[in-house]
Design a protein around this ligand. Structure first.
Ligand SMILES: Cc1cc2nc3c(=O)[nH]c(=O)nc-3n(C[C@H](O)[C@H](O)[C@H](O)COP(=O)(O)OP(=O)(O)OC[C@H]3O[C@@H](n4cnc5c(N)ncnc54)[C@H](O)[C@@H]3O)c2cc1C
Ligand SMILES: *[C@@H]1O[C@H](CO)[C@@H](O)[C@H](O)[C@H]1NC(C)=O
Ligand SMILES: *[C@@H]1O[C@H](CO)[C@@H](O)[C@H](O)[C@H]1NC(C)=O
Length: 614
């Protein structure tokens, strides 16, 4: 008998082991939202500091993420802004950094970028220690331009403005003679402002004209305090434009307090010859890939792909969490909560489950805090060499900046609520909102799309229907569905919408005709639909990376692997073999012991065989 067992054992050991582990991924595209021709200096981890340090202009820099809906929506405005102020380059330049790129994680972590888009100002001659000043408030072009002016004025107050910057403040007690001795030009323009004038038109005119300096005369503001000058130049109505010549000649024009109007006036004064001075240096920093249009976007049938779930986790941990400088307090609690939930309910492949489990165990050692870099290290260790360049499948957008990560994240959370509901059909024992709470914590502290995060927290804490009001795991599934539909409704036809994946009230009626009858949603049918769509046995494994262990550089890709086959990837087979091996050993030991006990008369013989094993 022992001999037979031994034979089996050898068979098993002879089995070619090639444990294919899981994967990874990040599926982020190379996309960027800006073209080389846009007057936006695109920077990355390698050239950021060298580009902004030691320049005599200040900087306005957008830290964005190419998948973030608000960044996509905001991009046209940012381009418009950059074009609008490209004449201001000698004083302030516009730049951008894509924090969604893995290589930029250290950069965005160093500058403590927690939400996208984040706009920051940096002074002229900034040094490596400065984190910049974050700008909050409206993302309208005018509003940002005004805050650029405010920032520049602040630089004068802080005495950080280089001497070549134009003075934006109004004349104080200087005389006209003071001006002539201060400037070398033979002409000076004075802009007389109305009493209550707190508007930006005159400062914008100064900035707009400065690009032509020294060919264009310096412009100074004069406010109503300088009654002496008003009288001297016989200014009868405000605002006014007074053109002075060194010879003593002066001309007075009535103007409108408006930037465009001023541009026209100024052009009239100094057109033709100065046009040549308007050479806008072309940005030499290019990080942008050509705009790829993916034609093979998945059709409208709803399918959940494991590749998207894994992709979302890879990005969430490898990027979003790792980009934090320090994770402590509530953030750490939220992170652990999510990992706990994933560890227990993520219906993933064994390799990913192992990764999550390892991460959870190792993170337990951090009671109070963990640095982002350290977390990244834990994550890498947990991945144990598994590949991380998983591409999006169901969440693949028709362009690189569409869909992707946020789509994968939604999909993951729907999958988790369903997995939880199926594991706990009997509601009473468990916290019905466990998954939703874990999701809320993650979205609140780690989801880089700042507006998305705020909106989601508003929904989660909405008095009428907060997460806490959810009474069962089943209701949690429906809560998330309804919340997602609210988001879909709110952002339908925004610039971030993929034309090939329009935002609809889910599910589409052609996928589930019984989910909506006469325009009224039927929760019963919706629930059944969601459970079917998101349950583990329906998750499609098309496009998953095959993991080799230990990981090799090349990654093979399963082109189309039906679900049935998933359970028999070579990883699984190897795992079976391993389990089989261990079981065989145990079984042999047990049997041998029985044999030894029962048949004492053959004891010696049996011991010969089993003794080697023991
Ligand atoms: C928590 C969160 C909040 C967000 N808030 C904003 C925001 O405020 N503004 C913004 O511009 N973007 C927001 N986003 C991003 C946005 O919702 C989309 O994820 C992104 O635009 C990509 O859209 P998509 O077409 O891939 O589909 P997604 O909306 O990402 O959906 C992914 C998949 O889920 C399925 N699905 C769709 N609706 C439902 C539903 N109701 N129930 C179940 N399954 C569904 C579909 O199969 C769909 O393909 C948010 C994302 C998240 C995760
Ligand atoms: C203008 O005011 C400053 C102080 O604000 C003073 O130092 C300076 O002498 C004044 N100049 C004239 C010409 O009055
Ligand atoms: C998985 O998805 C692919 C592509 O969408 C499809 O061809 C295949 O039939 C699906 N497999 C299963 C088992 O549904």
């Amino acid at each position: 008998m022992c001999e037979q067992l031994m034979k089996l054992l050898f068979l098993t050991m002879g089995f070619q082991f090639s444990i294919n582990l899981l994967v990874d991924a990040i599926p982020l595209s190379n996309s960027v939202l800006y073209k080389d021709s846009d007057p936006i200096v695109q920077m990355n981890v390698a050239d950021f500091k060298s580009t902004i340090m030691a320049t005599s202009n200040a900087w306005l820099i957008e830290f964005y993420s190419s998948w973030c809906g608000h960044c996509i929506d905001f991009a046209p405005a940012f381009i418009q802004l950059a074009n609008d102020v490209k004449g201001w380059e000698k004083v302030i330049k516009v730049g951008a950094v894509d924090c969604a790129k893995d290589e930029n994680i250290p950069l965005c972590r160093d500058f403590e970028i927690m939400g996208y888009p984040t706009i920051k100002f940096f002074p002229a001659f900034t040094d490596a220690t400065q984190l910049g000043v974050a700008r909050t408030g409206s993302k309208k072009v005018d509003s940002i331009r005004f805050s650029m002016i405010d920032y520049i004025e602040q630089q004068f107050v802080e005495k950080k403005a280089p001497p070549h910057w134009p003075l934006l403040g109004p004349l104080q007690n200087e005389t006209i003679d003071d001006l002539w001795s201060h400037y070398n030009n033979n002409e000076i323009i004075l802009l007389f402002e109305a009493v209550d004038n707190s508007k930006y038109w005159s400062r914008e005119a100064i900035m707009d004209a400065h690009q032509y300096a020294p060919h264009y005369p310096p412009i100074r503001r004069v406010n109503a305090m300088r009654q002496d000058l008003i009288t001297k130049y016989n200014v009868r109505s405000l605002p006014a434009f007074v053109f002075l010549e060194r010879t003593g000649k002066s001309e007075v024009y009535q103007v409108q307090p408006d930037r465009e109007y001023m541009k026209k006036i100024m052009r009239k004064f100094f057109d033709s010859e100065n046009e040549a001075a308007v050479v806008i240096p072309k940005s030499t920093h290019t990080t942008r890939e050509p705009h790829v249009v993916h034609e093979d976007v998945k059709p409208a049938k709803d399918v959940v792909y494991m590749a998207d779930l894994e992709g979302a986790l890879l990005y969430a941990f490898g990027h979003e969490v790792s980009i934090h400088k320090l994770i402590a307090g509530k953030e750490l609690t939220a992170l652990k909560k999510l990992i706990d939930v994933l560890d227990r309910y993520f219906p993933g492949r064994t390799g990913m489950k192992e990764t999550i489990h390892t991460l959870r165990r190792n993170l337990e050692n951090y009671k109070k805090q963990i640095g982002g870099e350290e977390f990244a290290e834990l994550w890498r260790n947990a991945l144990n060499g598994r590949e991380t360049n998983q591409e999006w499948v169901g969440c693949r957008g028709s362009r690189p900046n569409f869909r992707g990560y946020p789509c994968g994240l939604w999909t993951t959370f729907h999958t988790l609520t369903v997995s939880y509901a199926l594991k706990h059909p009997d509601d009473s024992e468990v916290d019905p909102a466990l998954v939703l709470q874990a999701m809320k914590g993650f979205i609140k502290y780690f989801f880089g799309c700042a507006h998305c995060s705020n909106h989601f927290i508003d929904m989660a804490e909405d008095e009428l229907n907060p997460i806490e009001s959810v009474k069962s795991p089943r209701q949690a599934v429906l809560w998330l569905w309804a919340a997602h539909n609210k988001v879909n409704r709110r952002i339908a036809s925004d610039a971030s919408e993929d034309p090939k994946a329009p935002k609809i009230q889910f599910p589409a009626s052609h996928n589930c005709p019984e989910c909506r009858v006469d325009g009224v949603e039927r929760e019963e049918a919706v629930y059944d639909y969601l459970v079917k769509l998101y349950s583990s046995e329906h998750i499609n494994s098309t496009g998953l990376l095959v993991q080799t262990f230990p990981a090799r550089s090349g990654s093979s890709r399963i082109q189309s692997l039906p679900l049935g086959t998933l359970s028999f990837t070579s990883y699984d087979i190897s795992l079976c073999a391993a389990i089989y091996l261990v079981s065989s050993l145990i079984l042999m030991l047990v049997l041998c012991r029985i044999l030894v006990k029962r048949r004492r008369f053959v004891r010696k013989q049996v011991y010969d065989v089993c003794g080697k094993l023991m």
